[in-house]
Write a protein that binds this ligand. Structure first.
Ligand SMILES: Cc1cc2nc3c(=O)[nH]c(=O)nc-3n(C[C@H](O)[C@H](O)[C@H](O)COP(=O)(O)OP(=O)(O)OC[C@H]3O[C@@H](n4cnc5c(N)ncnc54)[C@H](O)[C@@H]3O)c2cc1C
Length: 107
């Protein structure tokens, strides 16, 4: 069991709510893993596809909802807890601080 906060326990903690993190959570549930799963991401949004971000979303060809890896309800139905806008180091962060998640600024 992994301890994530004094008051919160999860069997699996996935750090990073990108494609890799999302697929890990999906695979665990597809494999009938019944324990608790927490996915932590420093971005404010649930997991989304990166390629269409630049090719479709920013070009106005698709809405943000249509580039989500799964609709928001999917994570609730599969009992995958999302903690967004936060670094794994436990410091609570505002979404606008995204670029300061222990890494250099980047484009
Ligand atoms: C705009 C764009 C277009 C792309 N187009 C293509 C393409 O056409 N074809 C292709 O093959 N690939 C493309 N890629 C690359 C592809 O999307 C990546 O290979 C893929 O996103 C990697 O997924 P990942 O989950 O491993 O990492 P990421 O997508 O980087 O996700 C990791 C997530 O974890 C978060 N994170 C990291 N550390 C922490 C921490 N300590 N605490 C909390 N959160 C943390 C990061 O902020 C990020 O949200 C593109 C990438 C981008 C950005």
């Amino acid at each position: 069991m992994t301890v994530t906060r004094d008051d919160e326990f999860h069997d699996v903690v996935i750090v990073g709510a990108g494609h890799g993190g999302a697929q890990a959570a999906i695979a665990l549930r597809q494999g009938r893993f019944a324990g608790t799963i927490l996915m932590i991401g420093d971005e404010p949004d649930p997991p989304y596809e990166r390629p269409p971000l630049s090719k479709d979303y920013l070009a106005g060809a698709r809405t943000f909802e249509r580039i989500l890896i799964r609709p928001p309800g999917f994570w609730i139905e599969r009992d995958v807890a999302l903690r967004l806008g936060e670094c794994r180091d436990g410091r609570s962060r505002r979404a606008s601080d995204h670029h300061r998640c222990g890494r250099p600024d980047r484009l």
